[in-house]
Every structure is written in C-alpha cells, then in structure tokens.
Design a protein around this ligand. Structure first.
Ligand SMILES: Nc1ncnc2c1ncn2[C@@H]1O[C@H](COP(=O)(O)OP(=O)(O)OP(=O)(O)O)[C@@H](O)[C@H]1O
Length: 319
C-alpha cells in the first residue's frame, strides 16, 4: 500500500473537526473525519495508549522486545511505543529484535533499515538468524526444495526464532506490529478453513501467557491505512518491499475482500474483529491440544521444532 494512496486530502478550506482551529489536512481512514495532521497524530497515538492501558499490556520495569522487520508496522510500533513510554512513564526497557531469515534482496535490505532505526530511536538491536539457529537460510531451502508452502514454514520458524531471541534478550514480553487488518484477515481465514481452535485464539491481544514469553499486539485496533499515513507524514524510515517468496494467494484474496468491505464501510474491520472475539466454543467441542516438541520441548501444535537437517526433512515431507 503506497502512502500517497491513503493520504486522501479533504476539500480545501475545511477546518479540522477535532480542534476546529487548523485546516483539515486529511480524511481519517477509520472514521472518515476531516482533521489536521496534529490532531491525527494525537488521536492515533492516544488510541494506542488507551489500548495498552485498558488491556494492561505492560507493567513498570518490564523489558520489552519489539519484533522489528523494518516494515511499516513494526517501524511505527517502535517509534510510537518509545514516544508513549516517555510521555506516559510506562517505565519500560525497550529493545528491537529482528529475525534474519536469510532472504537475499529482501531481509538483508530491511535489516539495514532496522539498523538505522536502532540509531534513530536509540533502541538496542538484537538480530537472530535462521542460519545460526537452524543451519539453513530460506534462500538455501528454496534452492533445494523450490517454492512450496514457504510462508507457512517460514512463519513457524520465525515464531520460534523470535522466542529464542527474546530469551537471549531476557525480556518479559514481545510485541509485534500485527494490525487490525491483519487480525480481521486471520479471523476470516480461520472461518473459511473451519479452524475453530485458531479462531478462538487469533483475536487475543496477548497470547502465550502460559509459555516462556507472552506476545502482545498493541496495534490490534489500528488500521493499516492509518499506520501508512502516520509513517508517511512523520517521514519515518521504513522498508516497503514484499518478500520475494511471499505470494500467499488465499491470504491475498482475504486481504482484498477486507479492503473492499472497508471501502463500503470502514468499520467493517472492527466488526470482523468483534465477531471473532464474540465467538463462543461449546465446552463439549473437542479441541486439538497444543503439545511440546519431543526433541526440545518447545510448544508446538503441528510441527516438531526445526533444527538443521530435521528442518529440511520437515519441509520436504510437508511440501
Ligand atoms: N523478520 C522479522 N523480525 C522481527 N519481527 C518480525 C519479522 N517479521 C515479522 N515480524 C513481526 O511480525 C509482525 C507481523 O509480520 P508480517 O509479516 O505480517 O509483516 P508486515 O505486516 O509487513 O509488518 P511490518 O510492516 O512490520 O513488516 C511485524 O510487524 C513484526 O513485528
């Protein structure tokens, strides 16, 4: 999504509907209000603060890692969280944590962005790589087995890599830049697949509380268009290229469908999240149990946890 595309201008001469003092500079995607930039920054940031407070995402003194991919969502998350931490005295120790999947022409470039963010925001950065953790890069795997189910595997490996990096950083929590559009998309995909176990988990703002490191999504109610707009107006330094192995056609269709709904009714994104939250599963329904990998004990519902040759073997078997 290009920044210019979402920065639709209201008619000239209108006053901001929030402050009524400055000229409106944009139409807010979530509410369609015509507001000035200053009021947009304020409502955008304070809504996220409200979500953090209402859901008690953090406690003073906690060490928190921000999953930093260099993309728009995690870059805006790093910027806004450092601002709110200062402004509202959260008392958090913030870190950037990046996973290098070993994808030439994509992750190497986005990691350069994260390295610049480390300096720009004064947040210490830790990078963990698939090569070091599992013995293989994604480039090597794709070269060997081709383009099959890459996103699914890569997602499972990244999840574990983030946990391992968070353990090395000795953090209490990990936050990611998953936004409202991502969550609505996941609700829809879980309905389409009839995956009620995931449907019941995917709207939680905090997950993994029974595991080693809980994960939070402070952008659960933040619209992607507003994140892009915020990054654009604030001139944040982020990387905007899609992963070269990424096309996940089914997710892509769900994304397009949600964008179409949003065009007709911007609230549709929040409505889908709310529907996902309100699903109740009958207590008599048998749910799949999350187990632990027999090899290393890491939490796992489908795969054994990857390591070097074992990783490759699972890729080939499941491809
Ligand atoms: N390589 C990575 N290293 C660290 N964190 C990551 C990485 N990839 C994804 N994440 C985390 O997971 C979140 C969702 O990832 P997703 O792949 O959906 O990226 P995205 O929607 O393009 O987000 P972003 O714009 O931040 O890249 C990111 O916002 C980030 O917090």
């Amino acid at each position: 999504m290009e920044a210019e595309e979402v920065a639709a201008k209201p008619p000239k001469g209108r006053f901001c509907t929030i402050c009524n003092q400055r000229r409106a500079a944009l139409k807010r995607p979530k509410t369609l209000e015509q507001i000035c930039r200053e009021c947009f920054y304020a409502v955008f940031e304070e809504e996220i603060h409200g979500v953090i407070v209402d859901n008690q995402l953090f406690k003073p003194g906690e060490r928190v890692a921000i999953g930093a991919s260099g993309g728009k969502d995690s870059t805006v998350l790093a910027y806004v969280l450092s601002e709110l931490n200062r402004r509202h005295n959260y008392g958090l120790d913030l870190f950037l944590l990046s996973v290098d999947e070993g994808i030439t022409g994509y992750r190497d470039d986005s990691l350069e962005t994260v390295k610049r963010n480390e300096i720009q925001y004064g947040l210490p950065l830790k990078v963990v790589s698939y090569k070091d953790l599992y013995g293989w890069t994604m480039d090597e795997i794709v070269k060997l087995i081709g383009l099959k189910n890459n996103c699914t595997f890569c997602g499972v490996f990244r999840r574990q890599a983030l946990d391992r990096g968070a353990t090395l950083l000795k953090v209490d929590k990990l936050v990611t830049g998953h936004n409202a559009d991502d969550i609505a998309e996941t609700v829809l995909l879980n309905i389409l697949r009839g995956d009620i176990a995931r449907l019941s988990r995917c709207t939680s703002i905090t997950t993994g509380e029974d595991g080693p490191i809980p994960r939070c999504k402070p952008f659960k109610y933040t619209y992607e268009k507003e994140i892009v707009m915020y990054a654009y107006f604030k001139r944040l330094d982020y990387f905007s290229t899609e992963c070269i192995y990424s096309p996940n056609a089914y997710r892509g269709f769900a994304r397009e469908f949600i964008k179409d709904l949003e065009r007709i009714r911007p609230r549709a994104i929040l409505d889908i999240i709310k529907s996902g939250e309100d699903f109740r599963i009958s207590t008599s329904t048998k749910m799949p149990e999350q187990g632990n990998c027999e090899r290393c004990g890491y939490i796992s519902s489908q795969f054994s946890v990857p390591s070097s040759d074992f990783l490759l073997l699972s890729m080939v078997l499941f491809a």
